[in-house]
Structure formats: C-alpha cells, structure tokens
Write a protein that binds this ligand. Structure first.
Ligand SMILES: NC(=O)c1ccc[n+]([C@@H]2O[C@H](COP(=O)([O-])OP(=O)(O)OC[C@H]3O[C@@H](n4cnc5c(N)ncnc54)[C@H](OP(=O)(O)O)[C@@H]3O)[C@@H](O)[C@H]2O)c1
Length: 311
C-alpha cells in the first residue's frame, strides 16, 4: 500500500507515519513548511491550499490511499483567521476528495469531536452536529464537502494526544511539561469531557478501517471518556508525579478566545461493530505514552526534523 499522509509533521501525522512504516506500508508525506529532512520516507513541502501546488503534490505522491491530517487545527487561530481555516479545513479536503474519487484512491479524512456543541454528550454518528467555533464549523463543512465529492471516503471524528515535534502541541505534553517544571496548582478543566486516544492507537484503528474499506462517518475515540482534569491527574500518576498538583478549574474561567464545548463524549459503537474490538481506554493510552517515553520514542520521531523549523 502506497500511503500519502498529508500533515505528516503534525501531532497525528507523525505517528500515523511511524505506524504505517511498522506495518510495512510505503509512506510518502507532506508538510507545509516543516523540514523533515531525516524522515525515513520522501516528503513534499508546499501549501496544499493552493490548487496548483496540490496538483503537483498529487502527481508526485501517486497514492493508493491518502490520510488527510493537514488542517488548521488550533481552535483560537481559526477564530482569528477564518479564511485560512476555510481554505485548509473545507477547500483542501474537498479538492482531495475530488482527486481521490477521480483516481479511485482510498481517502481517510480526519475530523473532530468539536463538530458538536457538547450540551448533551454521548453523541453517535447520526446525531446532529452544532459546532460552537470557527474551527468546529469549518471542520463540519469539510466533512460535508468530502462526503459530497466522494461518498466512499472515510471521515473519522477523533480526539487524541501524543508526542509532537515541538514537545508542546498536545494536552498530555502540556501537563507533563508543567509537572516536570515542578509546578503546583496546574489548571485542569473539570467541566470538559473528551475521549482521547493515543495517536499511535488512533493510527492503528484508522489502518484497520482502511483495510476493511470502511466508508462514511465514524467516531474513532477511546472506549472511556474523562474530564481534562481527570486526564491530567491520571497522567501525573502514570509518570510518578503528585496528582494533587492538578487543580480543577472551569473552562468558562480560562479566558479562551473561541467558545469550547463541555461534553464532547462520542460513542464508538459503529467502530466496534466494524472492527469487532473495542478501542483502547485513555488509561491504556497513557500507559503506552509513558512506555514510549521510556524507550526514547519521542527522540526518535523528533530526529526526523531537518535544521529549519518554521512552525
Ligand atoms: N490535536 C488535537 O487534539 C485534535 C483533536 C481532534 C481532531 N483533530 C484533527 O486531527 C487532524 C490533525 O491534527 P494535528 O493536531 O495533528 O494538527 P497539527 O499538529 O496542527 O499539524 C497540522 C499539519 O498540517 C500541515 N499544514 C498546515 N497548513 C498547511 C498547508 N497550507 N499546506 C499543507 N500542509 C499544511 C502542517 O505542516 P507544517 O508542520 O509544515 O506547518 C502539519 O503537518 C486535524 O484534522 C485536526 O482537526 C486534532
């Protein structure tokens, strides 16, 4: 399988590439500006929101399957740059879906739990989304665009954590950095629920769906849901820090730019039925995250970076 991972320098892209290589797949990747000169696969650099660049990248990649992780994924940046959010989160997926349909290439497009307003929680794929932010709205429009252009594409609504190139991208890294710096009173939202998977676990579930040629909308999330406060405490425990260093706070008091939903708990029954196994829990994800740290995994993926690093 020749797999093109867009956004391969991102939090999900990195681990998707690692897991695909482990599976023996041929990987090609693309980034916007990040130089992955030492990655063990070819990397295209360019702005995929430019149709001419996308056409060049498509011809270069010659994929049999694409996992589109490229996005404008920072919620508050999307609020400040709605046009950019639209180009990356709606128009790029639409164009990719069109190319994939034309050339009969398998497409997995990554979406988010943030398409829901989080008032009720426990959402299935057939529940009506109601995003609260520009990020959520553009991601939802991206889902519609992909499935309109290419009804056999797979759209995965996800939430995940893992090791990033910068060491600061994911919530788990944020908690860990605070704990390692000896901070106390580290705020953890006690009124925001989510069901995060370790990025590597998520990548493996995506491959399992790809191999079964699953299509349409899927919730690909952990088997259990926690508050971000509970997640912080569990992470502290797993890494041998004092869980009481995490303090429960409300997201409403955090002064964030974009509105945040409270109960982003997603049901994964459709995934479980298709794969015949339940996805890992956040606790299993954190244990594996700790294990990765022990054997030097973050250092290994960060070594893919070239000298230049713009983002
Ligand atoms: N992170 C989360 O907690 C989370 C939760 C739910 C859903 N998601 C979804 O999961 C997916 C992956 O998110 P992530 O956190 O891994 O993203 P990320 O870390 O922000 O990475 C984004 C990737 O997209 C690339 N990119 C950005 N602008 C581009 C452009 N104009 N042309 C080509 N590539 C471009 C970036 O390349 P450079 O490095 O060169 O800039 C980077 O590789 C997204 O669809 C996101 O909406 C994320």
């Amino acid at each position: 399988m020749r797999l093109w991972i867009t956004g391969v320098s991102g939090l999900l892209g990195l681990h998707t590439a690692w897991e695909a290589l482990n599976r023996g797949w041929e990987v090609v990747g693309s980034t916007f500006r990040t130089d992955l000169a030492h990655a063990p696969f070819p990397v295209f650099r360019g702005d995929l929101s430019d149709p001419a660049v996308l056409a060049r990248a498509w011809a270069w990649a010659r994929p049999q399957a694409v996992i589109n992780t490229a996005a404008l994924a920072q919620v508050d940046v999307c609020e400040a740059q709605p046009e950019m959010a639209r180009r990356l989160n709606v128009e790029l997926p639409r164009a990719l879906a069109r190319l994939a349909a034309r050339d009969r290439v398998l497409l997995v497009h990554i979406s988010t739990d943030a398409v829901f307003d989080g008032k009720r929680g426990d959402y299935a794929e057939f529940d009506t989304p109601n995003p609260l932010s520009t990020y959520g709205r553009t991601k939802l429009e991206g889902e519609y665009a992909v499935l309109e252009e290419n009804p056999t594409a797979l759209v995965a609504r996800v939430n995940f954590f893992g090791w990033s190139l910068s060491g600061q991208r994911s919530l788990a890294e944020w908690f860990l950095n605070q704990l390692a710096a000896g901070r106390r009173e580290i705020p953890g939202f006690s009124d925001v629920w989510f069901c995060p998977l370790l990025a590597n676990h998520l990548a493996r579930l995506l491959f399992a769906l790809l191999e079964r040629k699953a299509w349409g909308l899927y919730h690909v999330v952990a088997s259990q849901c926690w508050t971000k406060y509970e997640f912080g405490r569990a992470l502290a425990r797993v890494f041998g820090y004092d869980p009481n260093a995490i303090r429960p706070v409300s997201v409403e008091e955090a002064g964030l730019v974009a509105r945040r939903a409270h109960r982003l708990t997603l049901r994964a029954e459709k995934l479980i039925q298709t794969l015949g196994v339940a996805p890992p829990t956040p606790e299993e994800g954190l244990q594996a995250f700790r294990f990765q740290h022990r054997w030097g995994y973050p250092t290994q993926v960060r070594a893919w970076k070239g000298r230049e690093m713009h983002s």
